[in-house]
Ligand binder design. Structure first.
Ligand SMILES: [Zn+2]
Ligand SMILES: [Zn+2]
Length: 313
């Protein structure tokens, strides 16, 4: 491991609400794995949920973080298509390739899914390991900090794909968080006739360019409604906004039951989970293109960048 230190700094969840900066050995990549020096890791809402309540029952202690980009520093013996020095972003999920769902091409719903930051240490560290087939080489024009958004953007692209052909259609997005923001931008980019975003925070809504902020929620008048917040009330708003034959895309899952009138309603409901429809994941290159395009526009992609200082001696 020439040039690679023995130890690294990492943010480890040790108990609920106890995320601690610790010193850990730099991990060693297995045969089909790659060691990456982290350049940027994003803070996902699910990281915050993991810290505050550990809803997925992560076995602790665990280094959190699952959305990141960095530079390869070491490849396992079996890795032939990547080499040290390559800039990559990772797909955080690691399908088993053995289960029934993987074998029929639905790796994104693998029943034995691995996940960075959940069943193995994640990206809130100076170095992390990922299986080599779960990496995407970043275009040279894409800054690493922006590249770390590849996975969330790819997930949002899957929501747009599930919405069908949205060109010249009226699209409603309910929610005003970062995912709603990204989905709205992608919907505008995909040629929607009108993108309406409904949320509660004027500041957040003001950060989404090119969309309509409604005074009142639409009623039976949109072609597509995308649920981008985990709320039954928001789901009901989506359902009542759809016109006949409209399509609802359930991006944010909700556990609470929501009543649907199956007698008179004509239309479709699509739940979108992750984005891997095939290997290699088809959404990732599109996400990189969308991000490159965004960079070219000169508009900021992130509101706040943290963390570099944390690891300085
Ligand atoms: Zn995430
Ligand atoms: Zn599987």
């Amino acid at each position: 491991m020439r040039g690679i230190p023995m130890n690294m700094q990492a943010l480890q969840l040790q108990a609920i609400n106890k995320l601690v900066q610790v010193t850990l050995p730099v991990p060693k990549p297995g045969d089909n794995e790659v060691l990456i020096r982290t350049s940027a890791a994003t803070i996902c809402t699910s990281d915050l949920h993991d810290i505050s309540g550990n809803p997925f029952g992560i076995v602790l202690p665990r280094v959190l973080g699952h959305e990141a980009a960095g530079v390869i520093v070491e490849c396992g013996a079996g890795v032939k298509h990547l080499s040290p020095g390559t800039r990559v972003a990772e797909h955080p999920v690691i399908p088993c390739k053995e289960c029934v769902e993987c074998k029929r091409g639905f790796e994104h719903v693998c029943t034995n899914m691995g996940h960075l930051g959940y069943d193995r240490n994640g990206t809130f560290a100076e170095y992390f390991v990922q299986r080599a087939d779960r990496l995407m080489v970043l275009p040279s024009t894409l800054p690493l900090a922006t590249g770390s958004l590849l996975e969330p953007v790819a997930v949002c692209l899957q929501a747009i794909a599930r919405a069908g052909d949205i060109r010249n259609r009226r699209v409603l997005i309910v929610g005003d968080g970062p995912f709603a923001n990204i989905i709205a931008r992608l919907a505008v980019r995909a040629g929607a006739g009108e993108v309406i975003v409904s949320g509660r925070e004027p500041f957040r809504l003001s950060m989404i360019p090119g969309v309509t902020i409604p005074i009142e929620l639409p009623w039976k008048s949109v072609d597509v409604a995308i649920l981008a917040v985990s709320s039954a009330e928001a789901a009901r708003a989506c359902i009542s906004a759809l016109r006949p034959r409209g399509r609802m895309v359930i991006f944010s899952g909700i556990k609470e039951p929501v009543a649907v009138d199956l007698f008179t309603r004509e239309g479709g409901f699509w739940r979108t989970v992750r984005y891997l429809r095939s290997a290699p994941a088809e959404r990732a290159p599109l996400a990189a293109a969308a991000l490159s395009n965004h960079i070219a526009s000169g508009r900021p992609m992130s509101t706040l960048q943290l963390g570099v200082i944390l690891f300085e001696p």
